[in-house]
Design a protein around this ligand. Structure first.
Ligand code: ZID
Length: 234
């Protein structure tokens, strides 16, 4: 069977959860990357059976999540984490949650993955314009996808980035048509972030596809009443 890492699940309402279920139904092993501040409640809810109804697969069995990894995709590596975040109670209880460290943990635990799903969005930051340029694009970009690609798949200007060589075959992310057309309300860096995501997807599909046979795709999603969508009033 295939092994999938889905970045961006913290409840059972979003795209990440739905994609995980489809992959599980197709026989894949499911690993999840969960935003650090949401980790506790997600794992507790999972353990207490709060998601059991939505874990039911078409054959009647329950989706198993093999392992949940804490992740904050804003930060590539420990050097990027500011002191106030390090000291924050919601972060201090977890470790190895930068992109680079999470990738290393996955590699240590499982060696390889076959599928990477990027289902990251951001809640509060999306609407607070002050923070948006710093945080939002990092959450929307394809850059996090890099964490699993072999570095030789990348054009020279990517080389300086931290890249854990974790073999994989295919990746998908989720985009939105506001990248190309004006969708009232979908501004403040979100439409441009999606445009960048699509542009990165094209470049990476070419580079990684040619050199490593890795497929890189993004899907333009329809409306779904997820936490992220509600946070921006959609
Ligand atoms: P979600 O809240 O379920 O998933 C986002 C996840 O990202 C959450 O689990 C967060 O905890 C996690 N996260 C946030 N920040 C970080 C971080 N720094 N590190 C790690 N994890 C983090 O929301 P979702 O399922 O809507 O979002 C998944 C993807 O789908 C995002 O890329 C969205 O942009 C994309 N998407 C969603 C929708 C939608 O309707 N839900 C649409 C298009 C794309 C859309 O907005 N008509 C109107 C609107 C839309 C489509 C059509």
């Amino acid at each position: 069977g295939k092994r999938a890492f889905i970045a961006g699940i913290a409840d059972d309402n979003g795209y990440g959860w739905a994609i995980a279920k489809s992959l599980a139904a197709a026989g894949a092993e499911i690993l999840v990357g969960t935003w650090v501040p949401a980790l506790n409640i997600f794992e507790t809810s999972l353990r207490r059976g709060k998601f059991d109804q939505s874990r039911v697969l078409p054959d009647g069995s329950l989706m198993e999540i093999k392992k949940v990894y804490p992740l904050d995709a804003v930060f590539d590596s420990p050097e990027d984490v500011p002191e106030d975040v390090k000291a924050n109670k919601r972060y201090a209880g977890s470790s190895n949650w930068t992109v680079q460290e999470a990738a290393e943990c996955v590699k240590k635990d499982f060696g390889t993955i076959d599928i990477l799903v990027h289902s990251l969005a951001n809640g509060p930051e999306q609407t607070s314009s002050g923070d948006i340029k710093k945080r939002l694009p990092r959450c929307y970009f394809c850059f996090e996808l890099l964490f699993c690609f072999p570095s030789q798949a990348f054009p020279a200007n990517y080389e300086s980035r931290h890249v854990t060589k974790l073999h994989m075959c295919a990746s998908i992310s989720l985009t939105y048509i506001a990248s190309e057309r004006i969708i009232p309300g979908y501004g403040g860096g979100m439409s441009s972030a999606k445009a960048a995501l699509e542009s990165d997807t094209r470049v990476l599909a070419f580079e990684a596809g040619r050199k490593q046979n890795i497929r890189v795709n993004t899907i333009s999603a329809g409306p779904l009443g997820s936490r992220a969508a509600k946070a921006i009033g959609f």
